[in-house]
Design a protein around this ligand. Structure first.
Ligand code: NAP
Length: 617
């Protein structure tokens, strides 16, 4: 047995030591800065007379139609496979392949895996093994280490297990680096590392009916057996590249934001970044502080709302030191905020429990019809976007640049972003916005990007081109009862799950925060908590009933899929733009795998009390 694996003399189980060493000490960052200029901290007043009238609606439509078909992405294969290399850790710890069995095998050591471990362990389930592609814990926060990275949900509600670790985040919006360290803190405190096989990617998961076990094969030659498999490997995990003519010719340095290469010294260099989504919005202000010339290649502007970063106050620290369960209570209050803008503001008095609500509720004298309600939502979205656009004009000095930075689509149709330094960055003489609307960058050569006949020579090219959404390749590699993969099932029947957690024909398989897993909260951590609690309940229920297998009936799955489709159709006007949320504008309403409705809790509660959706064996 190698040093990476030893046997616990008490339990006879294997204990792992596979956490990789850090590859570099250069990695550091502080996320959002505290800004004092009041102009940057408030959205300008609503321009007078702003309504979502026919003219404005036509403008939105034209903005969308011009971009139709422009999105073209590809996986990192062939010569681009190197963009997937783990640049953050030393090479994998050598170990022998495993062919043994465990009770619960979890894929992923991000928030999902960590929280699940905490909850399972509390409930007495300890024969749990984790497989993680990266060299350490953190998931999203392991891979994404670009300068400027931070969370956009207030960190006191977003970071899991704050009460249990006694940790208080340093800032209202913690940096990604602080979040990753918190993941390590959780892992250390609750002995997670003993259970995790790092640098281990699951390549095939096959149900064996005869033994009632999953056979899990990995890229490390393992062929393990597990009674339960839990997929906790995220919904925006696999990075993608824009497919651009000539991109293979570029001779300078290049990388994707989710594998930030800190060995490339950007100081004084000519740097280009393709993409202006949530990642680029955080990275660009930090890049501008270092590089010689910065070229931002934008196809569609993001909405840039106020961030208002602040440090955690001494008063808060004092209060929370005395208040047991403060984070859980705060997260509970945060979960009751359903409006995005209110969640963004994260009213401290309300979240601290000092005032009963975060706003004065509007009372209507009668119940609005769904159409009226949608009209109101579209109208308030428009007014908010008018303020977001007015903010651009108030901050960005060059009128042409300001015009290009203004987004025309419903708020939240594309991921809303927040920053107080992003817009001022475009006033700097060495920062150049290259407006590539509506088709985006279409040509790259040996020296850099070429757009409309102009060559932009670059030393470094950074792809901020995002991730596959809801479609991790994992689903192609899971074979259930009928010998078909999850992807094959969903491609023929449409996405079918029960609560996003089960899918019929794939017994003892659970998906955490996957397609249809929803929950309608702005805070994904909430969803992870809800899913982890559900899984623990299911394991306990099975233990009590002496059941070793759980599957779900097709009926409840179909009904749930119908419900998800109805919610999707009803809210589709709010997503009337081109976005990865709606398959780059190609998905027909009702076909989306994402579920943001609020009935999840109710449906789950009913299932737990009747047990009728389940087939126990
Ligand atoms: P993204 O939102 O998918 O952005 C990809 C960007 O690449 C878009 O701006 C896209 O333009 C652009 N693009 C693609 N092909 C192009 C081309 N040929 N020419 C020019 N531009 C091109 O990816 P992301 O910014 O990495 O964010 C992904 C998600 O990660 C976010 O939505 C969010 O959920 C999460 N995230 C969260 C945080 C946080 O919590 N703080 C931070 C970062 C990311 P179009 O818009 O025109 O398609």
């Amino acid at each position: 047995m190698s040093e990476a694996i030893r046997i616990d003399s008490e339990t006879g189980r294997k204990i792992f030591n596979t956490r990789a060493a850090k590859a570099s000490e250069k990695i550091k960052g502080k996320g959002y800065s505290v800004v004092t200029d009041q102009k940057l901290l408030e959205l300008p007043k609503l321009p007078p007379g702003a309504t979502f009238n026919a003219e404005e609606q036509a403008k939105y439509r034209a903005f969308k139609e011009a971009r139709a078909g422009a999105a073209d992405y590809m996986a990192m294969e062939g010569q681009f496979k190197k963009y997937l290399d783990d640049v953050y850790s030393e090479p994998p710890i050598p170990r022998e392949a495993l062919t043994d069995e465990c009770e619960i095998l979890v894929v992923g050591a991000g928030f999902g895996g960590l929280l699940l471990w905490y909850k399972l362990r509390e409930a007495g389930f300890t024969d749990v093994r984790f497989c993680e592609k990266g060299g350490d814990v953190g998931g999203t926060w392991y891979w994404n280490r670009y300068p400027g990275i931070a969370c956009d949900v207030e960190s006191y509600s977003y970071l899991p297990l704050l009460d249990e670790t006694g940790y208080v985040p340093s800032m209202k919006f913690a940096s990604g680096f602080e979040i990753m360290e918190h993941c390590q803190r959780i892992a250390e405190k609750f002995n997670f590392y003993d259970h995790c096989l790092f640098h281990t990617t699951v390549e095939a998961t096959t149900w064996d009916e005869a033994s009632g076990r999953w056979i899990v094969e990995t890229d490390r030659g393992d062929k393990m057996r597990a009674r339960f498999v839990v997929l906790a490997n995220g919904i925006l995990t696999t990075p993608k590249l824009a497919r651009i003519n000539g991109m293979e010719k570029f001779k300078g340095e290049s990388f994707h934001t989710s594998r930030w290469n800190y060995d490339v010294d950007l100081k004084g260099k000519r740097v280009g970044i393709i993409g202006t989504g949530a990642t680029a919005v955080q990275a660009i202000p930090e890049l501008a502080k270092v590089v010689g010339e910065l070229y931002v290649f934008q196809r569609t502007p993001s909405s840039i709302d106020v961030r208002a970063q602040r440090e955690t106050t001494a008063e808060e620290r004092e209060q929370w030191a005395k208040e047991r369960g403060w984070a859980e209570a705060r997260r509970g209050r945060f979960a009751r905020i359903s409006e995005v803008r209110a969640a963004v503001l994260a009213n401290d008095d309300y979240l601290a429990g000092k005032v009963p609500d975060f706003k004065e509720r509007k009372m209507y004298d009668r119940k609005l019809t769904p159409e009226e309600y949608m009209e109101k939502q579209l109208d308030s979205s428009f007014r908010l976007m008018e303020q977001v656009r007015a903010r651009v004009d108030a901050i960005v000095k060059d009128p042409k640049t300001a015009a290009a930075l203004k987004p025309y689509y419903p708020y939240g149709c594309k991921r809303p972003t927040f920053h107080d330094e992003y817009l001022p960055t475009f006033n700097l003489p060495h920062v150049h916005l290259v407006d590539t609307a509506p088709k985006g960058v279409t040509e790259i050569n040996e020296r850099g990007v070429v757009h409309e006949g102009v060559e932009y020579p670059l030393d470094v090219l950074i792809y901020a081109t995002g991730f596959q959404w809801m479609g991790t390749s994992t689903f192609q590699k899971i074979k259930g009862r009928e010998g078909r993969t999850l992807t094959e099932k969903w491609n023929t029947e449409g996405t079918r799950t029960f609560l996003g957690l089960h899918t019929s024909g794939f017994p003892n398989l659970f998906i955490v925060t996957g397609p249809q897993g929803g929950g309608g909260s702005f805070n994904f951590t909430d969803v992870i908590y809800a899913h982890a609690d559900y899984l623990v309940w299911m394991m306990k229920t099975m233990r009590e009933r002496g059941a070793s297998i759980v599957d779900v009936h097709k009926g409840p799955e179909e009904e749930y899929a119908k419900h998800c489709a109805e919610v999707d159709v009803a809210t589709a006007p709010l997503r009337d733009c081109i976005s990865y949320y709606n398959g780059e504008g190609k998905a027909t309403p009702g076909s989306l795998a994402y579920y943001g409705g609020r009935a999840w809790e109710k449906i789950r509660g009913e299932a737990q009390s009747t047990l009728s959706p389940y087939v126990f064996g």
